[in-house]
Design a protein around this ligand. Structure first.
Ligand code: DQA
Length: 188
């Protein structure tokens, strides 16, 4: 049921939530220390702040008619909770797990458990950096990975995930279900 409000003049307002409009919903998670973007190691991570990055993502989401939910946490447990919660309300996840990329089996397991298409993003090219950054615990459960393109990587991830989810949705709509009786008999 759509949410409705009646204004004092008796005018009814109806607000359709994304679930009802069929709008795709994507949760974007930024991991530890990404709140310091813009001031943190600028030669590696650039000068754009997290607020700048988030507002570019919001603008693109509007253009693509997507709902985005943007969050940052320095805590592994909070990121795990947000991934688990996404199962109920979101169609996909974009995550820069930051340093947890190289250490967190908990984040990997959460992504595998919810089964939502997930794109891993890194501002820097982790394979060009120290050896300990070459391993990602997340990559094996991700739909795709973008690294080394700075903030543009997030925008590409949003476009890519939107294309993927749209294609999956279209495929679900066009693939005809096998009639129950024939399916039960095991015939085609
Ligand atoms: C990072 C790369 C990680 O190795 C590092 O710990 C970060 C940021 C990136 O976006 O390039 O915090 O994920």
């Amino acid at each position: 049921m759509p949410a409705c409000w009646t204004l004092s003049q008796g005018i009814g307002l109806t607000y359709l939530v994304p679930e009802e409009t069929g709008m795709l919903r994507i949760r974007v998670l930024h991991g530890p220390n990404l709140n310091l973007l813009g001031t943190r190691e600028q030669s590696i991570y650039g000068t754009q702040s997290l607020d700048d990055l988030n507002s570019a993502l919001r603008t693109l989401a509007k253009e693509l008619a997507l709902k985005v939910d943007l969050r940052q946490s320095n805590s592994e447990g909070e990121l795990v909770n947000w991934i688990q919660e996404a199962r109920k309300e979101y169609d996909g996840i974009i995550i820069n797990p930051a340093a947890y990329t190289h250490t967190s089996i908990a984040i990997r397991d959460a992504i595998a458990a919810v089964g939502l298409p997930t794109v891993e993003v890194h501002l820097s090219n982790i394979h060009q950096r120290e050896e300990f950054r070459h391993q990602s615990y997340i990559a094996g459960v991700a739909l795709g990975l973008i690294a080394g393109l700075g903030p543009t990587g997030y925008l590409l991830a949003l476009r890519g995930l939107c294309d993927h989810l749209t294609a999956v949705k279209r495929q679900k709509k066009t693939s005809r279900p096998v009639p129950a009786r024939r399916a039960a008999k095991g015939t085609k």
